[in-house]
Design a protein around this ligand. Structure first.
Ligand SMILES: [Zn+2]
Length: 420
């Protein structure tokens, strides 16, 4: 059994909107309360509260605050406890930043871990009833959890996790791909014969200009005014558009590469460290490398293919792929170089992708699975399984748009080129 996620737009009526607002408010309140308790515990002991430790607060709180009983389905509060304890696990395992308090101006959500039904074009939520929804496709699996979100543009969505039989048709690709992730080009892929470069979608730049303009407008508005609220929504809309087109690009690219390959080798970039320490921060976080590797990871896993993340201290850009001589460190703006030993001329990114691929093959050989791609990760203690699970909630839209072909016009044409 594997989990499949789907995100659909839902259209609650006015009464349901009010009920959802109440439930979301309760969950937000509980999240903030529980986070505060966890912070206290964390400061005292260096540990966080477990899910059951958090749930133990609930009976008393319900006595104290009647609305925690009337306005929200009790399972939703427990789902919030689970989400928070997972957020802490992700933080401790260095996959996410420290959990943050939720604002009533941000995205709102409420989770339903059980008792949700789907029939026709409707979805039934406990305490709220049947809500109209637009499904673009159906899954035959059992519904596990449903999370309802309201984004900052007041649209409502249901993210549904199903448990389905694992029966994905896998792309029949048989290649081993080495990928170097870059800034000028998003991904440089070497398949042992040729190198392909995939650049970031260009229209993201256009959106970013638009965003800057709208943010400036927002900054000029009077705090608390109606026009400020409006401007805030406009900014949120552009943000949503940017993140959608980025996800769309990352999904299409990861799908294409998954189809072509049986093994994909990437550098474990520890993106977070880079983002913190480097001047390239914006470019890097915009580049979405972490998300991309995560997409690759779960797509490959589903199809019983393999992702190898090689050590980030592996000097991928400082080895001559031809004669394996290590060269001295180069500044990031050195794009081409000549090997002192064999005099081969190299494109920096292409050389890196070749080296990454070669290192992946070395790892495959050393653990004896070079010929049969297997699903376990090379370094099980640092696997990203938990993350893939967690993130699948966020990935669903894109999964769907990917299958449906999506509506945006991102092209994935690679600029192939051959080196002399
Ligand atoms: Zn050389």
């Amino acid at each position: 059994m594997i989990r499949q996620a789907q995100k659909v737009r839902i259209y609650p009526n006015n009464e349901q909107k009010q009920q959802l607002a109440g439930a979301m408010g309760c969950c937000r309140w509980w999240w903030n309360y529980a986070l505060n308790k966890s912070l206290e515990t964390y400061q005292e002991t260096g540990k966080s509260l477990s899910r059951s430790g958090l749930n133990a607060f609930l009976p008393n709180l319900k006595q104290e605050h009647e609305w925690l009983k009337t306005e929200v389905y009790s399972q939703s509060l427990q789902q919030t406890s689970l989400n928070l304890s997972r957020a802490f696990i992700n933080f401790f395992e260095k996959r996410a930043r420290f959990p943050r308090f939720k604002s009533k101006h941000g995205k709102q959500s409420v989770g339903f871990p059980q008792s949700v039904k789907i029939e026709g074009d409707k979805i039934k939520l406990p305490k709220i009833g049947w809500v109209r929804a637009s499904f673009d496709r159906r899954y035959a699996g059992k519904i596990k959890t449903v999370t309802i979100t309201k984004d900052r543009t007041d649209k409502y969505f249901a993210s549904i996790i199903y448990e389905v039989e694992a029966c994905f048709v896998s792309g029949n690709g048989n290649k081993i791909l080495g990928i170097d992730l870059g800034i000028k080009d998003f991904a440089i892929v070497n398949d042992g014969v040729k190198t392909s470069k995939y650049s970031n979608p260009r229209h993201l730049k256009k959106h970013e200009k638009n965003l800057a303009r709208k943010q400036k407008k927002l900054a000029r508005k009077q705090p608390g005014s109606k026009s400020r609220q409006k401007a805030r929504k406009l900014v949120a809309k552009v943000h949503a558009r940017i993140s959608n087109s980025r996800q769309d690009f990352l999904h299409k690219l990861s799908r294409k590469l998954t189809n072509e390959s049986k093994v994909i080798v990437v550098e474990d970039l520890n993106v977070r460290g880079l983002v913190r320490n480097h001047k390239l921060a914006k470019a890097i976080s915009d580049a979405g490398w972490g998300m991309f590797v995560n997409f690759l990871s779960y797509k490959l896993e589903r199809e019983n293919k393999r992702l190898i993340e090689i050590n980030r201290f592996f000097p991928s850009s400082h080895i001559c792929p031809n004669c394996l001589t290590q060269v001295s460190r180069m500044d990031l703006n050195v794009r081409e170089w000549v090997c002192n030993n064999c005099m081969t001329h190299h494109d920096r990114d292409e050389a890196a992708s070749k080296n990454i691929r070669a290192e992946g093959i070395r790892i495959l050989k050393s653990d004896g699975t070079a010929d049969s791609a297997s699903r376990e990760t090379v370094r099980p203690n640092r696997g990203r399984k938990t993350k893939a699970r967690q993130d699948s909630v966020k990935l669903e839209t894109a999964c769907d748009s990917e299958v449906a072909g999506g509506s945006s016009s991102i092209s994935l044409s690679a600029s192939n080129y051959d080196k002399p």
